[in-house]
Design a protein around this ligand. Structure first.
Ligand code: FAD
Length: 409
């Protein structure tokens, strides 16, 4: 079998892959991305957080993203029965971008990949990494294209394969997530919303009227369409019936504000489902490789943290790998895993508290002090690496105390 030699190989051209490739290419390294699909292709994860704009800017892609005509996102609206609570990102505690976009991921991912290519990154489309060997001095990947299977020997491999989880599977690094198995049903609709109070600049997170651990997302796009999804434990979804399309419509009908808002909507796209998406690994790096974004850990969709974490991991990995390739001594644990995990842990605390109900008590509390709300708003905007924010530095005890205060009569 033919063996090519390459400098840095990135597996996958999702947000983590394109951003890390661009960052490294701009630092003078030759990067090749191996991508299984042909873009544009559908992907879930359409609501971005302001924090990720900083990584897009770092990668030199900000102008292209801002010019693409995506729906502006300036905050989040939470709804439970008659309660309505809004967080406006410009009120946040942490300095930095205070808006972002809601994006159709087929278009967004293609745009990031195009930008990476424009910077000199080579992308090999419809090529799948099927095997990986890290036992020799240099990593060896086996790649299956449409007409041939071949090998690439690289200096370093960055796995940004998302839910493909290439190296966790091939190197036996999979570890079950601490979160219970949850399932999501979702689709795109032509929303035809004519309510004057409806703000297209905000994602809506709506709690089911009876089941507090069941929630819906409504993510508006700039073209009169929305992404609409529901998240629940699989037993709850199964209890609603067998026909996925019908179950989805039924669940939407169960939430009065959503049913009213979407009364004229056209459901013109097949309902999709994904189950058991939370995932973890035993290690985020090893000799010759590191795992980025969803190829490492994935928590939960509720706070739209996936793309932001993916890009943060890309940003950290690009810095450290640049040093390593320039023969400097590096410490992946100290400079990659620990800083990345700091923010992931903050999101984990918030996700856990959401499903337990305590974060919902905080979110819907209507007498919140402005300074506290600003700190919570920062987390919702993705600024989970700002240790000046007490809800980052001591997220668990802080959030517990706050939830108790919010629950007091
Ligand atoms: P991906 O975007 O998954 O990209 C990986 C790429 O690798 C793909 O293009 C794939 O084709 C390629 N690949 C896979 N296997 C191979 C292989 N063997 N060889 C070569 N290439 C390969 N995140 C948000 O930020 N906002 C949200 O609103 C949001 N909502 C979500 C809702 C749900 C229900 C779920 C499950 C997730 C949601 N997420 C959200 C998370 C988001 O989808 C991911 O975190 C994000 O896409 C991760 O980016 P990535 O670059 O790590 O991987």
């Amino acid at each position: 079998m033919m063996t090519e030699k390459k400098h840095v190989i990135v597996i996958g051209a999702g947000p983590a892959g394109s951003v890390v490739a661009a960052l490294l290419q701009n630092k003078g390294h030759q990067v090749t991305i191996i991508e299984r699909d042909k873009f544009p292709r559908f992907s879930i994860g359409e609501s971005l957080l302001p924090q990720c704009m900083a990584f897009i800017e770092q990668a030199g892609m900000l102008d292209a993203v801002q010019a693409a005509g995506f729906q502006l996102k300036t905050g989040a609206a939470f709804i439970h029965k008659d309660k309505h609570s809004e967080f406006v990102f410009s009120d946040k505690f942490t300095a930095g971008f205070d808006s972002t976009f809601q994006v159709q991921r087929d278009k967004f991912d293609a745009l990031l990949a195009d930008e990476a290519q424009r910077m000199g990154v080579e992308i090999r489309w419809q090529q799948q990494v099927v095997d990986a060997d890290f036992s020799a001095e240099k990593p060896l990947l086996t790649i299956k294209g449409s007409d041939k299977t071949y090998q690439i020997e690289a200096e370093f491999v960055l796995d940004a394969s998302g839910f493909g989880r290439v190296l966790p599977r091939l190197l036996n690094l999979e570890k079950p997530s601490d979160f219970p198995c949850r399932q999501s049903l979702f689709t795109h609709i032509e929303d035809r919303i004519d309510c004057s109070q409806y703000d297209r600049n905000k994602i809506r997170i709506i709690v089911h009227p009876e089941q507090r651990d069941v929630w819906y997302w409504l993510i508006p796009f700039s073209n009169g369409r929305c992404s609409l999804g529901v998240v629940a434990e699989p037993d709850f979804i199964q209890s609603q019936g067998d026909d996925q399309e019908q179950v989805f419509r039924q669940l939407v009908a169960q939430e009065p504000s959503l049913a009213e808002l979407l009364k004229n909507a056209v459901f013109d796209t097949r309902v999709n489902t994904i189950k058991g998406y939370s995932a973890d690994v035993t290690t985020l790096y090893g000799d010759g490789y590191a795992l980025l974004g969803n190829a490492g850990e994935f928590l939960d969709p509720v706070f739209s943290s996936g793309v932001t974490i993916a890009m943060k991991s890309a940003s950290l990995a690009a810095d450290i790998l640049d040093k390593q390739l320039n023969q400097q001594t590096v410490d992946w644990q100290q400079d990659f895993v620990i800083p990345l995990q700091k923010g992931v842990e903050t999101f984990r605390t918030f996700v856990t508290a959401w499903y337990e109900g305590s974060l919902q008590d905080v979110v819907f509390y209507d007498q919140q002090q402005d300074n506290i709300k600003a700190m919570i708003c920062s987390i919702l905007a993705g600024y989970v690496w700002d240790e000046k924010n007490p809800y980052v530095k001591n997220s668990k005890p802080r959030l517990k105390t706050l939830a108790e205060l919010c629950r007091e009569p």
